[in-house]
Design a protein around this ligand. Sequence first.
Ligand code: 5BU
Length: 496
Amino acid sequence: MYGTILLTGKMSSTSSNTDSKMNSLILELERIGAVKFGEFTLKSGLTSPVYFDLRILVSFPKLLEEVAALLLEKVTRRDCVLCGVPYTALPIATLMSVKADLGMVVRRKEAKSYGTKKMVEGVWTEGQNCVIVEDVVTTGGSVIETANLLRKLGLTVTECIVLLDREQGAVDNLTKAGISVITLISVSKVLEVLLGAGRISSSTVEAVNSFVLNNQTQGLGADTSSVIKTRFETRLDTMKNAEKKQESTESDLNLVSTRLMEIMLRKRTNLCVAVDLTSAQDILELVEKIGSSVAVVKLHADIVNDWTEQTEVELKKLADKFGFLLFEDRKLADIGNTVRLQALKFSSWAQLVTVHALPGPGVLQAVRDLQKSGPAGLGVLLVAEMSSAGNLISSSYTQETVNLGEKNKNVVVGFIAQSRVSQDNDLIQLTPGVHLSQDGDETDQRYVSPADAVLKRGADLIIVGRGITGAEDPAEEAERYKKAGWNAYLERTGQV
Ligand code: 5BU
């Protein structure tokens, strides 16, 4: 795009003036070391060939002033206050504010433990516009987080001025969050100017371009709570990084849980449906109806009267078509050798299996061995607590189970539990015993609502069986549970 402007030669003198200012700004940023090329480990764990460190701008007051002036030109409204995203954009926003005689509000990163406990300092009127100022955007997550806080406090946030866009999806994500973005410099412009000035080679340009292309963040749900995003994206990035370094088999992380997080974010669902039907045909028909709403389909293959290899083939086809994981709820609990033989029976089609920690670490080793030799990716869900009345699981057994899971994250995806048993964000909690209208069944099952499962019991995913499979319209009911579960999840993680 930049090239097109140069070639047309029809620029107004103002735009050519701005353009040359921008070029010299980029050259200056590189000269002071605010733009660096090499190998840098980002906060997310990813290795990036380019790094922007605009924090050092404070040591170059003339340049800082120039940056503020250029950004200010992009703020068209004057009926607003400014807010710099802490910390790097704070001095920039301050200079802009003084230059334009615009008020400013300051967001705290941590609430004060004394005094007024305010998260935002300054004075504003209800509904007043606030333009956010940010130095660099990658996903746009920090801006969205700041905007959400300001909005909660009565400010109207619709615009954001950004010094540098890494072009990895932030603009898209911010637009979806109702914030229009004006950026001063893009990564491609930085590359173009520095290449033109002979400051970098074309192989560096290629490396950065391919990094940008391969690390796009749109589609991970801009409307998703930043807490889920941070948790999941960090995980996804670390995983991608491990894969790139071909460490995946040695990695202490687990491919199945990464896949699960990816599905949840993409489909905006934390619903797992327990399809406890005894005819293969009925199962396939039901899964076809609910497939688009779910992240996981849970089965008890051993209750199905006519289960065949063809059932497995058809289920896999549906899983590919709708993008969900298949979960065999077998509750393995024997010595390692037996567990390995049992798991071999379903490891060709299932990606998740329940395991009791009762036999000790050997039970996990058996599944791990299977991963190495057979089809990759059978992840374990340890049964830490049960929903049934009078179950014999004690709190110390739960604790031991959690300890085992936390030590074996390369094979354990998470826990089946009725409360937040682990604080480890890599481990996912699935909670069964969820129903929208019943307290229990005629035997020992006890139910809570999707909202209570997520908000009070800490579920990341809700497991719903008869609430959906027994409904007149399972597709419609699955959507109802999906919405209830995901909204509760957004509410919980938005509050954290
Ligand atoms: P329901 O129809 O929503 O009651 O089905 C619940 C499913 O979850 C069912 O397949 C059980 O085997 C499974 N389950 C459970 O209900 N409670 C537990 O503590 C565990 C599994 Br572990």
